[in-house]
Design a binder for this molecule. Structure first.
Ligand code: G6P
Length: 594
């Protein structure tokens, strides 16, 4: 997803902007560029990758500039569509993240007024509007330009002859990094962590006027204050720490992430939770809304909350919920989003808030948009997740759902105590799973030669089949589908051949016997079957071609262990195929357009 950066200060801007752009690479992009303030404005945007841009750049002493990584929405990836975009005179340059919904009308009007456009992008109307309204103040021109814009934006603008950045935000993420006699602008915190841990989150409607010495925040035409936050993540935490890819590093962080997430919410002395909802009888039904991997975590959450706490739970994909007539009433609305910025999820949260629901955001990112809209926030403590494919944030989200379900569990005290104890043991079990990495790598090599794979599970592990398939397709580009094991015969059976492996998640719960029957049906179609099964399960090897043994846990916690096994399987399959694991083609980490 597009990323914007900006710098104004006492140092040369060019290397800083390049470095900040590299830190945003994880968001996914297809072209990049930057603009530096000199006598006029110099724009560089001939390269696709940041490394190539860096090599092509000539030394430049400018101390002010903006940069961009583009994820195409309007117009194909090309030099002309890459940002920054400029006005007719080349006096204004703009980088933008978001979608200007009325850009076609604005463009037609500006063309009638004599402006010439070069690109297919929606963004290009912004520098032209700034040119149109500019008299003697960039701030005033930006303030006037945004009146004409509908849609979402976080943009940074520079004007020749003015040693300042002017930024504006509506519905797209934008942060400022506060340094000593220097300031930074970025779409996300990791971009500025090399230089400062002090950040300010801009709010919708904010304009920021930024010089080396000062930042002025304006909202509704009035100067306002915005609070500074300290970021607890170190740069090292956002680095690979010796691993080949961020993905495998993040997979290995999961035991710690589970501990961090439950720490503070379960007492070390007594078997009780303290989320603040334990005695809240107003929670009578729950709607969870999310996208992507967060959606699959929600499906597990639904099972857990319904079975442990007997509270009815619905789960909807955010982009569908936004166009549905779902009845909300007194529903407790939960949005779960790693980034806290996913446009569809944010829109859903706003919709729920407007309808008067009590809203909770579960997110990983302190100060993100979701936290500022929702009534309450619970943080998963995954730390910065850089790989586009979510791993540790998923496991942290599952941990949070265990906590919520346990907080409202209607089971007797003793069985709740047992589960809390088991939750505490989970990091060790995940570590045991990680210790089996080499064995899973062998299956990765095996799977890498196929082009179609099915994942099946039942009950609590059906969402894990979905997540396993998502991981595999995202990073290895193998076509993979997750199915409820009992549903395969209603269509997908037509696709089963000796060239279509099926990964079956087998758990010793009430689904076990039927799942074995489903596996028999699959084997009858000659598909190779790999089972993911507990190590004490001696029976399963009679039914399948291969067994990936996972540590035994209470079936209620099996989604966590099975998800880790499937993350490793996807990773080693993609590695065998030589894929770009951390930044898969066409995908973005933080999807800030609807
Ligand atoms: C993108 C990412 C996924 C993520 C989804 C939802 O598609 O590539 O990994 O699951 O967005 O993101 P969120 O930040 O809302 O959890």
């Amino acid at each position: 997803m597009c990323g914007i950066v900006g710098y104004v200060g006492y140092r040369e801007a060019q290397p800083i902007l390049v470095n900040c752009l590299k830190r945003l690479e994880y968001r996914g992009y297809d072209s990049c560029g930057l603009a530096l303030l000199g006598e006029g404005i110099e724009v560089y945007k001939d390269a696709v990758r940041i490394e190539a841009l860096e090599k092509a750049l000539r030394p430049n002493v400018s101390k002010t500039g903006i940069g961009h990584t583009r994820w195409a929405t309007h117009g194909k990836p090309s030099q002309v569509n890459a940002h920054p975009h400029t006005d007719c005179s080349g006096q204004v340059a703009v980088v933008h993240n978001g979608v200007i919904e009325n850009f076609l009308q604005l463009k037609e009007q500006l063309i009638e007024e004599g402006h010439t456009f070069r690109s297919d992008t929606d963004t290009e109307v912004i520098p032209h509007l700034i040119e149109k309204y500019y008299q003697d103040s960039l701030e005033k021109a930006v303030a006037r330009a945004i009146v004409d814009l509908t849609g979402s934006y976080a943009f940074a603008a520079i004007h020749a002859g003015r040693n300042e950045l002017v930024v504006a935000r509506k519905e797209s993420p934008l942060i400022l990094g506060i340094g000593d006699k220097e300031h930074f602008v970025a779409s996300d915190v990791p971009a500025v962590l090399d230089y400062t841990d002090r950040v300010v989150y801009l709010e919708d409607g904010d304009i920021g006027v930024i010089t080396a010495d000062k930042v002025t925040y304006i909202s509704n035409g009035k100067e306002i204050e915005r609070a500074e936050h300290r970021i607890p993540w170190s740069v090292a935490e956002a680095q690979k720490a010796g691993y080949e890819h961020f993905m495998i590093k993040e997979i290995h962080e999961q035991p710690r992430v589970i501990r961090e997430t439950y720490k503070g919410y379960i007492s070390a002395i007594e078997p009780v939770t303290n989320l603040g909802i334990e005695k809240d009888t107003s929670i009578t039904d729950i709607l969870i809304v999310a996208c992507g991997t967060s959606y699959y975590a929600s499906l597990v959450g639904k099972h857990l909350i319904q079975s442990l706490a007997q509270i009815p739970v619905r789960v909807e994909i955010a982009s569908e919920f936004n166009y549905s007539d779902t009845v909300l009433g007194k529903t407790w609305f939960i949005v779960i989003t790693q980034s806290g910025e996913t446009a569809d999820s944010i829109r859903a949260l706003r919709k729920a808030k407007e309808s008067g629901c009590r809203t909770l955001a579960i997110t990983n990112v302190v100060g993100s948009s979701a936290t500022r809209i929702a009534d309450e926030t619970l943080y998963i403590k995954a730390g910065p997740e850089i790989c586009v494919a979510a791993t540790k944030s998923f496991i942290a989200q599952l941990t949070m759902f265990y906590l919520i379900a346990l907080a409202r569990a209607s089971r007797d005290v003793r069985s709740r105590a047992g589960m809390i104890l088991e939750l505490r043991q989970l990091p060790n079990k995940v570590q045991e799973m990680l210790d089996r990495e080499e064995e899973i790598a062998k299956y990765g090599k095996y799977l890498a030669k196929y082009e179609n794979v099915f994942f099946v599970g039942r009950g609590l592990n059906f969402p894990i089949a979905l997540e396993g398939a998502l991981k595999l397709k995202e990073i290895s580009y193998i076509h993979a589908e997750g199915y409820p094991a009992g549903e395969l015969k209603h269509g997908p059976f037509a696709l089963l051949t000796p060239n279509t492996p099926v990964i079956a998640i087998v758990t010793k719960d009430n689904t076990y016997d039927t799942l074995l029957a489903n596996i028999k049906e699959i084997k009858a179609r000659e598909s190779p079957v790999i089972a993911i099964a507990g190590e004490s399960d001696e029976e399963i090897k009679k039914y399948v071609d291969f067994v990936i043994k996972v540590p035994d846990v209470d079936p209620v916690f099996s989604p966590v262990i099975n998800a880790v096994a499937l993350q490793l399987l996807a990773y080693y399959t993609a590695r065998e195929r030589g894929c770009s694991i951390d930044t898969p083609r066409n995908l973005a980490k933080s999807v800030t357009v609807e």
